[in-house]
Ligand binder design. Structure first.
Ligand SMILES: [Mg+2]
Ligand SMILES: [Zn+2]
Length: 249
C-alpha cells in the first residue's frame, strides 16, 4: 500500500516555459555559449522556490525532430542549466521536453504527439510524478500555448510580454504585426533554409491556432494574468498568495 500521508501532501508548482521565459529565445537554442538568462529570471526562480513552489520546466524542442540538434545536445544544455541554477541556490525539480514535430525530418521524432504544447501531456506527467496540486499551481510562458493546461484545470496562467521577448515574438502579438511578420525578410530566411510549403502552412496553422487561443483565453478555468517578464510573474504569484492567505494581524 502507498503511504496515505504522502498522498494527501500535494505540492504546488510553477510550470515554466524555457526559451523566452527563463532564457533569451534565440530560436532553436542548444549551445551553452548561446544561453543567456533574461534579466531577473534567476531572482524570480529563487523567489518562487522560497515561496515553496516546485519548479518544473516544460519545453517544446522541435529542433530535435527538425534535425537542427540532437537529443544529447538538448540534454547537455539542460544539465548545464540545472547545475548552474543549483549553484545559484535554485532547485529545479525536472525539465520535461517534447522532441517531436509532425513535419520533422528525423525518423522516430516525426509524429503528432500529446506532449508538444499546446498539448498538455507534459503537464499531466509532471502532475503524476510529483503529486502536484493543480489548483494551487501556476503556468508561466511567453506564448499562450505554454498555458494550454489552464483550459483543463485550475492552474493559473501568466502570459509574459514586453521585456525579455525577442523582437520577432513581440511582433507576433498583434494581428497587424502578424501580417507584417509574414511578409518580412526574416520569412525569406526561413524559405532559404529550405522550409517546405507544407511546413510553412503548418507553422501558419500553428500561429492561427495560437491567435484563436488568445480569443478563447476566457475558456481558461481561471482568468489569464499577464506580466512583463518572469520576475513580474513571480511578484504576481507572491501577491496572489498573500491575497488568498492574508497574514493575520
Ligand atoms: Mg517560449
Ligand atoms: Zn512530443
Amino acid at each position: 500500500m502507498e503511504n496515505d500521508g504522502e498522498k494527501t501532501k500535494m505540492r504546488k508548482a510553477v510550470f515554466l516555459d524555457r526559451d523566452g521565459t527563463i532564457n533569451v529565445d534565440r530560436g532553436y537554442l542548444y549551445r551553452i555559449e548561446d544561453f543567456t538568462y533574461i534579466d531577473g529570471a534567476a531572482e524570480a526562480l529563487r523567489m518562487l522556490a522560497g515561496l515553496g513552489y516546485l519548479l518544473v520546466v516544460v519545453t517544446n524542442q522541435s529542433g530535435i525532430a527538425r534535425g537542427y540538434y540532437t537529443e544529447e545536445d538538448f540534454h547537455r544544455l539542460n544539465r548545464w542549466m540545472l547545475r548552474d541554477l543549483a549553484d545559484k541556490g535554485i532547485p529545479v525539480a525536472k525539465t520535461y521536453f517534447c522532441p517531436h514535430h509532425p513535419m520533422g525530418k528525423v525518423e522516430g521524432y516525426r509524429m503528432e504527439c500529446g506532449c508538444r504544447k499546446p498539448g498538455t501531456g507534459m503537464f499531466w506527467q509532471a502532475q503524476r510524478e510529483w503529486g502536484i496540486d493543480m489548483e494551487r499551481s501556476f503556468a508561466v510562458g511567453d506564448r499562450l500555448r505554454d498555458l494550454s493546461v489552464c483550459r483543463e484545470c485550475g492552474v493559473q496562467g501568466i502570459l509574459l510580454g514586453g521585456e525579455g521577448l525577442s523582437r520577432r515574438e513581440e511582433k507576433l502579438r498583434t494581428e497587424k504585426a502578424f501580417q507584417e511578420e509574414w511578409m518580412s525578410p526574416e520569412r525569406k530566411v526561413f524559405q532559404e533554409e529550405g522550409m517546405s510549403l507544407e511546413e510553412e502552412k503548418l507553422q501558419e496553422g500553428e500561429r492561427n491556432r495560437e491567435r484563436e487561443m488568445f480569443r478563447e483565453a476566457e475558456g481558461f478555468v481561471r482568468p489569464l494574468w499577464t506580466a512583463g517578464n518572469l520576475l513580474g510573474a513571480a511578484w504576481k504569484i507572491r501577491d496572489s498568495v498573500r491575497v488568498s492567505h492574508p497574514v493575520q494581524g
